[in-house]
Every structure is written in C-alpha cells, then in structure tokens.
Design a protein around this ligand. Structure first.
Ligand SMILES: *[C@@H]1O[C@H](CO)[C@@H](O)[C@H](O)[C@H]1NC(C)=O
Ligand SMILES: *[C@@H]1O[C@H](CO)[C@@H](O)[C@H](O)[C@H]1NC(C)=O
Ligand SMILES: *[C@@H]1O[C@H](CO)[C@@H](O)[C@H](O)[C@H]1NC(C)=O
Ligand SMILES: *[C@@H]1O[C@H](CO)[C@@H](O)[C@H](O)[C@H]1NC(C)=O
Ligand SMILES: *[C@@H]1O[C@H](CO)[C@@H](O)[C@H](O)[C@H]1NC(C)=O
Ligand SMILES: *[C@@H]1O[C@H](CO)[C@@H](O)[C@H](O)[C@H]1NC(C)=O
Ligand SMILES: [Cu+2]
Length: 598
C-alpha cells in the first residue's frame, strides 16, 4: 500500500494551510479550499480580489494519474461562485464540472460544496471560477498530474543521452509551474458594468502576472509606438496608443451604438508605473534541465513567451505529450498549457523570461527571471523577442500550434455521425457575442435549474448541442466578420479533448467535413492532428475563417463550450453541449441540493 496525503504546494513553498490527511488505498486526496475576498496588490496596486486559501494563484493541486480527488470549497465570498477544473474530463462525475446552470447551482456565500472527481489523465491543468467574470478577480490555480508508472515519454526524441533523458524525466516530474495572467485594477463586476453601460468591448488591462507577481510598466507612448506591429496600425486610424499601450476606446470599437461618457478615464489611460520585483524561478543547473509548465489564465491577452538565450523544447500541450519541437518563443493563448523542457547549459546568471501581450488591442509586457543557482545576479541577457512579442532577429523561431503532433499518436474516427456549424461573432453590441450565431448565452442562465438535472430548462434550443453517447461529433467554428475584424477566439470544450482536424480561410460553405474534403483535402488532417481541450479560431480581419474539431462522445453530461476570452464569455459566447443524453446518469442526491454538506 502506498501512503497518500493531500499535496498542496506552490512552487517551493508548501502552503501552510494544506491539510495533510493520511490515507490508504483508494481513499481520496482531499483539498480543503477557503475562498475569501480582500485587499491585495499583485502588481503593486491595491484592489479588492479573491484569495484561495489566502493566496493568488491558489495552491497547486499535485496529483498522480488515477487519484480520486475531493476539492471541498467553502465560500466566504460576498457572492455565489463555482470552481471548474479546466481540462479535467470528469468521467462519470459530470456534476463536479463546476458550471452553474449546467452542472450545479451556485455555491452561496457561507456554503460548502464538495467536488469529487478522478484524475483520469496525466498533465498540466488548472482550476478557476466559472461564475460571471470571477476568474479576473484571482480565483485560479494550477493542477499537475504525474503520469502512471511506465507511461512512455517523448524525451528520447530530444536527446539520445541516457543521462539527459533521466534528467528530463526528473524535471518533468517536478516542474516549475508558471501561471501566466493578465490583471486589471478594476474588479470583474466593475468591468462588466462599464461594458454594459458604455456598450464597449473592454480590451485594456493594467499588467500581467507570473505566478501572481508583476508590475505596471509605463514605457511611454513614443516607445510603445516604436514597437507597434504593422498589423495594429490600421486599427489606430491615425491615433497613438494610450500610455497603457491600448488602442484608444474612441477608435478601437466596432460599429455598434456606444456611450463613451460612461467609460472611466482611467480605464484606457493614466498609466502609473510600479516596481514590484520580478517573479524569479530559481533553477539548479546541476540538474541539467528544467521543465517550465506555462498555464495561461488570461482574461484578454494572448501572450508571447520566451526565455533569453534558452531555446525551449515544447513537449506537452493541454495535458498531453507531443513530439517535442524546439523553438525560441511560444504563443500562449487563453486557457492553454504549454510545458517546455529547457537545458540549463548557459553561464550561471539571471536570464529574462519575457512575456508580451500580442493581442491587437494592447501592448503590455512583464518579465520574470530564470536564475541559475550560484550565478551572478546579472540579467543583462539577450532577448529573442521585444516588448511587443516581435522577433529581435530573423532566425527567432515561434511554435506554430497547428503543427503539433500528439505522442503517442491518437487518431480520430474517419467519419463523423453529426455536424454542428457554429457561426460566431458579435451580437448587436460591441460587448455582446454569440457562439451559435443566433443569440448570446445570457449570463443569467447561470441561475436556472442546472441542465444536468433537467435538460429542458433552456427555452432557446439554438443554444444547445445534443449528442448521443459513443458517437463522433464535428464542431465547425466559423468566424463571422460582419461586425468588424475578429481576433482568434480560444474555444474551450469542457470534459474530453477534441481532435483539431482542419482549418481554412473564407466561409465554410459545405454541409460537413466529408463534403469539404472532396474539394479541399489539403485543409484536413484525419491521421494524427492536434488533440486538445482548446481550439483557436484564426484571426479574421475581413473575410471569415473556420476551424473544424472532431470529438468522441464518451462521457454523458451537460458541458459548456465557450470562448475563453473573459469578456467574450461574459458577453455570451457559449453554448451548452448535452453530451450522450441517451445515457445520462442519475445525479446523486447530494449534488441535487443547492449546497451539499459533507
Ligand atoms: C513498469 O515496468 C517494469 C519493467 O518493465 C515492470 O517491472 C513494472 O511492473 C511496471 N509497472 C507497472 C505499474 O506496470
Ligand atoms: C503621437 O505621438 C507623437 C509623439 O510621440 C506626436 O508627435 C503625435 O502628434 C501624436 N499623434 C497624435 C494623433 O496624437
Ligand atoms: C523577424 O522575422 C522576420 C521573418 O523571419 C524577418 O523578416 C524580420 O526581419 C525579423 N525581424 C527582425 C527585427 O530581425
Ligand atoms: C439577460 O437576461 C436578463 C434577465 O432575464 C435580462 O434582464 C437581460 O436583458 C438579458 N440580457 C441580454 C443581453 O439579453
Ligand atoms: C434559432 O435559429 C434559427 C435558425 O438560425 C432562427 O431562425 C431562430 O430565430 C432561432 N431561435 C431563437 C430563439 O433565437
Ligand atoms: C458512453 O460511451 C463510452 C464510449 O463507448 C463508453 O465507454 C461509456 O461506458 C458509455 N457511457 C454510458 C453511461 O453508457
Ligand atoms: Cu472570443
């Protein structure tokens, strides 16, 4: 018998609040979690925010594949909430998925809720609030699940040396978790109120954080304009970026009615620099390699991430190994997890980890440090990317996520049983969005009797996708540019992963993938395509674009499908998937309640 205990940690710190309960056999790993609301200043500016067991990010859940988990939330917040476990399949536990109105009722202030699930897969995941915009207030933390013994790893594709492979195995088993966030000085409630009263799409933040630490940078407008990527110029319509690096609210909004008087002047400008120190990853070069497991909790910013003078072997994406690719920079999009193996073979000193917002609406930046033990505290390192995330020399390489190859291979079915075309875009106002093309998924639908308890609660059936168990489903995400240029939308599917089987420019005019393949076979990969819990639509400046994903319905339950840009999610860019409705389980009595005791 293996001795087990709850494994809460944050990097090298062991959370003082972790309960170490000893257990044997199939007894679950227990994480007691207290949510509180209070003052914090992660970037040197104080605001009201959420803490998980007194910290932000919340403690990391360290697990082993196969573990049964009990995550027991006590809600001391002044509002209802839920917690979702991003990328966790919830096989046979759809009531623990944490989506209000789909899988549970809100956990009311003062109440306790026990999430129970099994860690059915290895990899890097995260947990976060899934009510309203609460993710933006700081309710998130990492999940790391060690693979079962004898799981084949891709490290021998990086080096033939047994020592290297052993070092990499050890590094992967004890990773440096890097939770990458963007941060605003406004609470999520304030942001939503501004969006709705001014009728604007808010894309301007204040800082970015690495493991909850960052600072406000104000490099000045001339500098910001000097690093501006050419693609942003037309959006500026002759204006300068604001001192926060944002496209001004007066020019950056699509052509819908708006009331700019309701925009507080300090939302888009009024940058006040802080100089909180950088987050430091202390590494021991004698170990040969380090694994940095990046998790994006971003609400708005897509990020370019690079470590000065250190190429990165990307070896795991969204909790699954890939054939490793060596690059100098990655693009970390909302919700994604990219784990990279880095060889510690450079002179012992400090190297910048550069994180640059690459969204069209704002140029924002933070840096952390990779600090070699016994090194000089000198961080005069050579960058691969600049403040805007652009390459500094012609030979800098970026990971192209569409080229990733799962390791070992995983094949989709060659045909699908059912196809859903989702024409996504804005819905009447700059801040309002639709994933199905007809209506926004109204936030107030969080308050209905959860669909898992009664699938007929949703009056507008356009907002549901209904599937049968053990069938293959194609979802075609078509980006509609009728409301103006569209950024890439990071679409997240709850429960199991999907194969990203194709993409293209222009409208998807075919009825299904089988028809499209006859005309454009080169746009599809039905062999071993990327396999992820995220899919990123393509930037659509003028014409539509499309992405096709295929998934196997294996886990009956009500699961959300939504854009992971927080403003798009709160603006309604989602639908409910009623997966395997012919085989839905009976919801246990303890989960039927509004608040389940334990
Ligand atoms: C792992 O592989 C070793 C060597 O092949 C074997 O002895 C061991 O039983 C395996 N462990 C598991 C859990 O399968
Ligand atoms: C933009 O900033 C530059 C100086 O950095 C200034 O000369 C120019 O007038 C500004 N343009 C506008 C439209 O404000
Ligand atoms: C960045 O890369 C592109 C494409 O390789 C190249 O054309 C450009 O010159 C590079 N930028 C710099 C500053 O070297
Ligand atoms: C969402 O629903 C609420 C409550 O029914 C309603 O007051 C509000 O107008 C709706 N919002 C939109 C954008 O339809
Ligand atoms: C559902 O979609 C159909 C087809 O696009 C549309 O005609 C209908 O009005 C939609 N229903 C609602 C309630 O939006
Ligand atoms: C749903 O289908 C999957 C895949 O065939 C199967 O493993 C699972 O047992 C089915 N679930 C139910 C409740 O029938
Ligand atoms: Cu979106």
């Amino acid at each position: 018998m293996r001795m087990r205990y709850s494994r809460f940690s944050l990097g090298l710190l062991v959370s003082s609040l972790a309960t170490r309960a000893f257990a044997f056999g199939n007894v679950p790993v227990v994480f007691p979690v207290a949510l509180t609301w209070g003052k914090g200043s992660p970037d040197g500016f104080e605001r009201d925010m959420i803490f998980v067991n007194g910290q932000m990010p919340g403690p990391t859940l360290n697990l082993e594949e196969g573990d049964d988990v009990e995550f027991i939330v006590t809600n001391w917040l002044p509002f209802g909430t839920t917690v979702h476990f991003h990328g966790i399949e919830q096989i046979n536990t759809p009531w623990s998925d944490g989506m209000p109105g789909l899988s549970q009722r809100l956990i009311e202030p003062g109440a306790t809720f026990k999430y129970k699930w099994t860690a059915t897969q290895y990899g890097t995941y995260w947990y976060h609030a899934h009510s309203r915009g609460q993710l933006e207030d700081g309710l998130f933390g990492a999940i790391h699940i060690k693979p079962k013994e004898n799981t084949s790893t891709p490290f021998s594709l990086i080096s033939k040396s047994t020592k290297d492979v052993n070092d990499m195995e050890l590094a992967a088993a004890n990773p440096e978790i890097a939770v990458m966030s963007d941060w605003s000085h406004f609470t999520s409630e304030e942001l939503q109120h501004i969006a709705e009263t001014a009728d604007i799409d808010i894309f301007c933040g204040d800082s970015m954080l690495i493991n909850g630490k960052g600072n406000v940078n104000c490099p000045g407008v001339p500098f910001l304009m000097s690093v501006l990527p050419p693609i942003v110029l037309p959006l500026l319509a002759g204006e300068n970026l604001t001192d926060k690096g944002c496209v001004p609210v007066t020019v950056g909004q699509p052509p819908f009615p708006k009331n700019l008087n309701a925009v507080p002047s300090n939302l888009y400008e009024g940058c006040k620099a802080t100089n909180t120190g950088p987050y430091v990853f202390n590494v021991d070069a004698s170990k040969g390699w380090v694994s940095l497991n990046f998790i994006s909790t971003a609400a708005i910013q897509e990020m370019a991430v690079s470590i000065d003078e250190h190429p990165m072997w990307v070896y795991e994406i969204d909790g699954r190994f890939i054939e490793p690719q060596m690059v100098d920079a990655i693009t970390l999009q909302h919700g994604s997890r990219h784990s990279v193996m880095v060889e510690l073979n450079k002179p012992a000193k400090d190297y910048h980890i550069r994180v640059a917002g690459t969204g069209l609406g704002q140029k924002i930046y933070v840096s952390g440090l990779l600090s070699y033990n016994r090194g000089t505290k000198n961080s005069n390192s050579q960058p691969y990317i600049n403040y805007a995330g652009t390459n500094t020399t012609a030979d800098v390489t970026y990971l192209d996520d569409t080229t990733i190859v799962p390791f070992p291979p995983v094949h989709p079915a060659q045909t699908a049983d059912q196809t859903y075309k989702l024409v996504m875009g804005r819905a009447g106002y700059s801040w309002q969005w639709s994933l199905d093309g007809t209506a926004p998924y109204n936030e107030s639908l969080e308050d209905i009797t959860p669909l898992l308890f009664d699938p007929n609660q949703l009056a507008n059936t356009n907002l549901t996708i209904t599937t049968k168990n053990d069938t293959w489903v194609d979802l075609i995400y078509i980006v509609n540019t009728a409301g103006g240029p569209e950024p890439p939308h990071p679409i997240h599917k709850h429960s199991n992963k999907a194969h990203i089987i194709g993409s293209g420019q222009g409208d998807f005019t075919w009825t299904n993938v089988a028809e499209a393949i006859k005309d454009i076979p080169e746009s599809f990969n039905l062999d071993n395509p990327p396999y992820r819990d995220m899919a990123y639509t393509l930037l659509a400046l003028a014409d539509p674009t499309w992405v096709a994903v295929r998934y196997h319905v294996v886990n009956p339950g009500a699961f959300f499908l939504h854009c992971h840009i927080q403003t798009h999610l709160t603006g309604g860019m989602s639908v409910a998937i009623l997966d395997g409705i012919d085989a839905w389980p009976k919801v246990p009595a303890e989960y039927q309640q509004g608040r389940n005791g334990f």
